[in-house]
Design a protein around this ligand. Structure first.
Ligand code: AMP
Length: 580
């Protein structure tokens, strides 16, 4: 099924990965020869460009270290204090939503790399599913945020917004996507989402791919559909757009294509009216070949629910990238979500890896230490070992810790493949114990298995440490849904108490010891009503996060966000006994 273009791109990937070592050296050589004279690098390299000197002298940094330079540029100083190539703008990086957005310099070369990457990362899926560009359209949920202007007049936008703004993207939009540009740029994400679903349903016989950047946005779309399908069907039947869609761009776009279509509306109504929404995506978009969205990392918690809705269709997680650098792509689009790994592309940045210690009990301890740990080059990482990602880019990041922990799962030619492990931050801690995103995920996975046979799905969770009384304890917020539309109130409270116990049993040894010694009090699960996590997402979006790049925090730190969840609690359950 592969097309010529696709074959050419796969060949390019094969060449890049085969020559990974040489390309990495070239990438670093070029970055250093261009930028050795900048104020930042001069301080460490004194104008020299040797790799060994770079490795010896240039420090490993975080955003906070570079922020003074970036702020100076944003405030009007010339960008050559940090990089030689002129800056054309900034990407707004969220990392995980909830923190302050970071400004990442963007240059013409960065834009070129993104353009090249966009051509490459879809090619493995195209090999399997055919050239979807020729076969039909993509129903992709996309949400732009308004650009911010820095005092120097440079524009800052999320990566996705910057892509939606590109001339090429806009020119191809009507041919390749079901969503008109007005719906993507609609200032009210709910109106935009309604219209994107409407356009996707009107063109349902043309849709060959359904997706969004992240799994959580696809689910947000399905949940929105659950609440609005009758209204959408009414609009399709009558050819009139609902009155609450007041955005003039959306209304104009709709007026160009909407005409009464009662047959289509009846068909959609019959599909949506069934008791179970299992496999709903395939039923609504019968020609869809696959669902595409990132479902690793913090997104893996959504895979069970997403698989339920897309039953019968492969779920493809195709890329790993961040505002700081493009990293890798998934060469095995058909692999199971738990096996997804990303092959790094050596031409995108200079990659180094800080070893992270694996604990004996399988958990990972964040002990990576800048002073006494040597960074490992891309081609020298070891299978099975975990690392923290450090990037040096053409856009002024030198030995910059992205904050992601990855595990080497294998190699493709000479380029390593990584599974995403977690964001590097200890998320829960009452005393000396440290519970990471992965620890929490494992414990939640064990506990939620109790719900499955009873016909319930844990759709969302997050956590926080409650220290309002001593000793402190872990609190989990759970949103639960019945597979057949049953209400979570019908769930036996004993099961929830059992879930608390199961979570505690599944947490790491230190947690259990502390629990036994009453240094940590009983774990609590607070069940929140349906829609609570959508309200949380709305809150973060109202604070400036792009809906396309939203990543729910694994641990709630903001008071306001806490209040949103706490005000929606419908049941509180505690672990009845210490886990040891
Ligand atoms: P942003 O800076 O807003 O673009 O967010 C980038 C971050 O999103 C990365 O540093 C990762 O933590 C996360 N991310 C991006 N792609 C993936 C992926 N394929 N799997 C897991 N997490 C990802």
């Amino acid at each position: 099924m592969a097309t010529n273009g696709c074959e050419g791109r796969l060949k390019m990937i094969a060449e890049l990965t085969t020559n990974a070592e040489q390309i990495q050296d070239e990438v670093l050589g070029e970055i250093l020869s261009r930028n050795a004279g900048t104020e930042y690098l001069r301080g460490y390299l004194h104008g020299q460009t040797e790799k060994q000197l770079f490795k010896k002298n240039v420090p490993i940094v975080t955003y906070e270290d570079l922020k003074p330079y970036i702020d100076r540029i944003a405030n009007g100083e010339t960008s050559d204090i940090l990089l030689a190539e002129p800056i054309t703008g900034f990407f707004l990086s969220s990392g995980t939503s909830g923190g302050q957005p970071k400004l990442m310099p963007v240059t013409a070369e960065v834009a070129n790399k993104w353009e090249l990457f966009r051509g490459l990362y879809e090619s493995p899926a195209m090999k399997h599913f055919g050239d979807i560009n020729q076969a039909g359209k993509r129903l992709e949920l996309m949400f732009a945020r308004p650009e911010i202007e820095t005092p120097s007049g440079l524009k800052a936008a999320s990566v996705s917004t910057s892509i939606y703004n590109e001339c090429n993207f806009r020119a191809n939009l009507p041919k390749l996507y079901t969503s008109p540009v007005e719906t993507i740029f609609c200032p009210d994400p709910n109106q935009g989402l309604y219209c994107q679903l409407l356009f996707g349903l009107i063109q349902r016989d043309e849709v060959v791919k359904v997706g969004s950047v992240f799994a959580s946005t696809v689910l947000r779309g399905i949940k929105f559909l659950e609440n609005h399908w009758q209204e959408l069907c009414y609009d399709i039947k009558t050819g009139r757009l609902s009155d609450w869609i007041t955005d003039s761009g959306c209304r104009n776009a709709a007026s160009l294509v909407m005409k009464p279509n009662p047959e289509q509306a009846d068909l959609i109504e019959t599909i949506c009216n069934c008791k179970s929404w299992e496999g709903i995506i395939r039923k609504l978009w019968p020609k869809a070949r696959y669902i595409c969205c990132i479902c690793t990392g913090i997104m893996r918690q959504y895979t069970t629910e997403l698989e339920f809705y897309c039953r019968g269709l492969p779920l493809v997680s195709d890329l790993y990238a961040c505002s700081e650098a493009i990293c890798g792509m998934n060469l095995e689009p058909l692999c199971k979500p738990c096996d997804i790994s990303y092959t790094f592309l050596p031409n995108m940045a200079y990659f180094e890896f800080l070893p992270v210690k694996n604990e004996g009990d399988g958990s990972i301890e964040m002990k990576s230490n800048n002073e006494d740990t040597e960074l490992v080059d891309l081609v020298n990482v070891k299978a099975g070992q975990c690392y923290e990602l450090v990037v040096t880019t053409c856009a002024g990041l030198y030995r910059y810790k992205v904050g992601d922990v990855l595990m080497v799962s294998g190699f493709y030619n000479n380029a390593p493949q990584f599974q995403f492990v977690e964001r590097k931050n200890v998320i829960l801690s009452v005393d000396q114990e440290k519970t990471s995103e992965t620890d929490l995920f494992k414990a939640v996975t064990e506990a939620k298995a109790l719900l499955d046979p009873l016909g319930f799905i844990l759709t969302e969770y997050t956590s926080y440490v409650d220290t309002s009384s001593a000793p402190g304890h872990y609190v989990l917020f759970w949103e639960i849904k019945g597979k057949e539309g049953t209400h979570c109130k019908e769930l036996d409270p004993k099961i929830m108490v059992e879930c608390c116990s199961r979570m505690e049993e599944s947490l790491h040894y230190t947690y259990k010891i502390y629990r036994k010694r009453n240094i940590i009090a009983a774990l609590e699960i607070r069940v929140v009503k349906q829609g609570s996590f959508e309200a949380l997402m709305d809150y973060y979006v109202s604070k400036g996060t792009s809906l396309s790049q939203y990543k729910k925090p694994s641990c709630i730190k903001s008071e306001e966000a806490m209040k949103i969840l706490d005000s929606r609690v419908i049941g509180k359950y505690f672990s009845p006994k210490s886990p040891l």
